[in-house]
Write a protein that binds this ligand. Structure first.
Ligand SMILES: O=P(O)(O)OC[C@H]1O[C@H](O[C@H]2O[C@H](CO)[C@@H](O)[C@H](O)[C@H]2O)[C@H](O)[C@@H](O)[C@@H]1O
Length: 329
């Protein structure tokens, strides 16, 4: 799928950051380059009008506020309702670093597609993506839920499962004495949390993790928000997960040319940059929105300050769609 020729100003602006421009002094000057998706709503929807919008959402820091205890990052009832409404009007997926069961357990919406482990565990009700499925079932496992519905898990890092389980166990033992640290087993990746670790112990923890990782050359570490994320070193990320879902039969119901699809991706973290960059910029043009209240280097074209603004944006998106469906007066 080639890059879209007709780039709008904001997409070109986002590309400047791609070139390494990081000279933003204040939030205000940064905002000039990554305008508020609420302030630019009409302009953005002008770009999307007449095309099929698909909505992709990150979970932590985007739909739920960042909290000290990762097990308590619950979704508010208000946000659940809004996401449900979005999913009733647009194909919608949540792509999280969490294990799939954990994020779907937090969200509890049947209308939404889910991808866990930074896109390395994608659940679809159909037979999976035609593009990736090919003639064999490699990486695809079928499951049937309690209601008898058939689902397919696409797990491109399946062969790493024993290694991930091993490293999660080893890190739990090793870091046991570091107060406030927490190892979260996200199935195909592991999070080492240090938000509640005393400053003086953070570097000790990081060294411990890095030393352990030396024995696992097929894994890599990336750093998120007060968390080290350990994952298989494969060419698969949230951007690839977006592409997979866009090729999944049934996700976008109206068959259409790929250039008629406008993915909107909203996320707050480094792993979301893969989706901003690869999926949004090179799939016929999409809309990428970073959630941040401070300036940061990003491929995203637009921004929102926090989950409250995400909620407001999603609410407005539904209202916009409903207005389009009204018969002319
Ligand atoms: O892709 P995401 O859904 O954004 O997942 C990224 C990581 O999010 C979670 O950690 C972050 O949120 C926690 C709860 O607010 C917070 O305590 C932590 O400091 C943040 O880093 C999740 O727990 C991680 O496993 C994910 O990798």
């Amino acid at each position: 799928m080639g890059c879209h020729q007709e780039k709008t100003n904001w997409i070109r602006l986002a590309k400047l950051d791609d070139c390494g421009e990081a000279t933003f002094g204040s939030y205000r000057s940064w905002l000039a380059k990554h305008p508020s998706a609420l302030d630019s709503f009409d302009e953005m929807m002008g770009f999307a009008q007449g095309k099929n919008i698909a909505v992709f959402l990150d979970y932590d820091g985007t739909l739920s506020k960042i909290v000290a205890d990762p097990d308590k990052a619950f979704l508010s009832e208000k946000m659940r309702k809004v996401v449900q409404n979005v999913a009733l009007h647009f194909p919608t997926a949540i792509i999280s670093g969490r294990r799939l069961e954990k994020v779907s357990g937090f969200v509890q919406l049947e209308e939404v597609y889910y991808a866990g482990s930074h896109g390395m565990d994608i659940l679809t009700p159909s037979s999976g993506s035609s593009k990736y499925r090919g003639n064999n079932n490699i990486h695809h496992n079928t499951t049937i839920n309690e209601k008898g519905t058939k689902f397919v898990h696409f797990c491109p890092a399946q062969q790493f499962l024993p290694t991930i389980q091993e490293i999660a166990k080893r890190l739990k033992e090793k870091t046991n004495d570091i107060k406030g640290s927490m190892i979260e087993d996200n199935k195909f990746c592991v999070s080492v949390h240090f938000r509640s670790v005393k400053n003086k112990d953070v570097s000790i923890l990081k060294t411990m993790v890095e030393q352990t990782m030396e024995e696992y050359p097929n894994l890599r570490i990336s750093e998120g928000k007060k968390v080290m994320e350990i994952r298989p070193d494969i060419e698969w990320d949230k951007g690839k997960a977006v592409e997979y879902l866009l090729h999944t039969p049934g996700f976008i119901t109206k068959p259409t040319a790929s250039s008629d699809v406008v993915p909107i991706y909203i996320g707050d973290d480094k792993t979301d940059e893969d989706a901003f960059k690869q999926a949004i910029e090179c799939m016929g043009g999409g809309l990428s929105i970073v959630v941040s209240s401070t300036p940061k280097v990003t491929f995203a074209s637009h921004s929102l300050r926090d989950p409250n603004q995400v909620e407001a944006f999603l609410r407005r998106l539904v209202k916009w769609k409903k207005a389009l469906q009204l018969p002319p007066t």
